[in-house]
Design a protein. Structure first.
Length: 134
């Protein structure tokens, strides 16, 4: 499978993408409709999660001009057992081999649990939040 990428224009595709991100690593709802423009012909927009609220509706008619496709992914959708096993094995191997690292974004004592929870709710964290329990 080959991925097609739109060539950067003078308006800078990177800057355009960054303008759609709310500064905390998540896309705002407004991004769903405006992210179709930078997609190359036959591009694929994937919605993953809805932590910033329900996604904007997608008008099917707007996809035709470039033959775009839209899909969604949810971790709670059951996957076949064999696929889950292979994924766990691959993940374990990658972790053990050092190809993946867990990012600890915040490590606090149990007495700071309420503060850590507020940071999570306000989406002011990046990486895993760990509570140290004495």
């Amino acid at each position: 499978m080959r991925w097609r990428r739109r060539s950067p224009s003078s308006s800078s595709t990177h800057a355009e993408a960054k303008s759609l991100i709310d500064g905390r690593g998540s896309t705002a709802n407004r991004a769903v409709s405006s992210t179709r423009e930078p997609l190359a012909a036959f591009g694929h927009l994937v919605a993953y999660g809805s932590a910033s609220g329900p996604p904007a509706a997608v008008e099917v008619e707007t996809l035709y001009a470039k033959s775009l496709k839209v899909s969604a992914y949810w971790l709670r959708t059951p996957h076949p057992a064999a696929l889950q096993r292979r994924a766990r094995e691959a993940l374990g191997s990658a972790l053990a081999g050092g190809q993946l690292r867990v990012k600890l974004g915040l490590v606090v004592g149990l007495e700071e649990a309420a503060q850590a929870h507020q940071r999570l709710e306000s989406r002011a964290t990046v990486g895993k939040v760990v509570l140290r329990v004495p």
